[in-house]
Design a protein around this ligand. Structure first.
Ligand code: HEC
Length: 146
């Protein structure tokens, strides 16, 4: 192999691995960002329920529903917590990815349930379902967050 070709190959491989870690980093930053918005949404929903301002819950809960629908896809292999990133994702996620997915799906179903209730102006169960939703965050965190 000529010297030039070797350098070219090195640059190609180097660039390729840089791109991969860059993509991983993007997933990590994006999911942390979305989780922060989710936390804020939960806080807002809680305040709306206390004030019985049920109409205002809709946008927040739709955000949560959408986030839970795509959440597992923001956890590609290789994006677990390490000293090189600021992720708290446990490596157990990838050992039991189907469990991780089903917990995200469970939160999604509760959100959808709340959206349906709001559509029908049925507010009696909102507090109970909101508590379930909160619980569903903790269940996943206890299992899959460091
Ligand atoms: C299916 C699992 C799962 C569910 C459900 C879930 N989370 Fe998380 N959450 C995680 C994981 C995993 C992380 C760590 C992500 C990382 O650091 O890469 C995390 C991180 C977070 C963080 C920390 C973000 C930061 O600043 O680093 C917040 C806040 C958060 N979640 C809020 C919530 C709220 C609120 C809910 C429920 C409405 C929720 N999460 C539901 C798995 C979940």
């Amino acid at each position: 192999m000529t010297y030039k070709l070797r350098i070219l190959m090195f640059l190609f491989v180097f660039n390729f691995s840089l791109n991969i870690s860059y993509a991983d980093e993007m997933y990590i930053q994006k999911r942390i960002h979305n989780f922060k918005i989710a936390k804020k949404a939960i806080k807002n929903i809680n305040n709306h329920i206390i004030k019985k301002e049920y109409i205002k819950i809709n946008d927040e809960i739709v955000f949560l529903y959408n986030w839970f629908s795509v959440l597992p896809s923001y956890f590609p292999k290789g994006t677990e917590a390490s000293i090189e990133n600021n992720s708290d994702a446990s490596s157990e996620i990838w050992e039991k990815f189907h469990v991780f997915e089903s917990l995200a799906s469970n939160s999604k179903i509760i959100s959808l349930n709340m959206i349906d209730d709001l559509k029908q102006n049925y507010y009696k169960q909102i507090r109970v379902k909101f508590d379930q939703l909160n619980q569903s965050c903790s269940v996943c965190h206890n299992k899959f967050r460091n």
